[in-house]
Design a protein. Sequence first.
Length: 132
Amino acid sequence: MTGSWYVVLEEETKNYASVDGHGYDLYRWHLARTTEVEGTREAAGAAARSLADSHVPDSIGRFLYLYPGARPGRQVYRMPDGTLLVRVTHRYDESRFRVSVGELVAAQEEVGGERLPEAPSGVKRLFGRGRP
């Protein structure tokens, strides 16, 4: 519903790639979760702070069960735009995520179109999807 306040959680993901014999850690952000909050922007801000104080990313949480009673370290930074940037550490692992408050201003439903007809066999071979 437009005009509603949401808490938006973005997590950093890390992948490994090898190019020309050199290994690289590739980082990117992805939208992990959105939660609608009943009430005002202030209520959404309080929910965002609560999430920043309690959320544990999967990259850290999947190992916590090995250490009963363990609690990851956490640093929460409020950025100038109001976003909360959180750094979570456990042993030698580290992860980051962002928590923001946003107002939904537009929403559009997905519309499924018609499937295109199959391409002629020569075109399939040209793009590597057909038998020679």
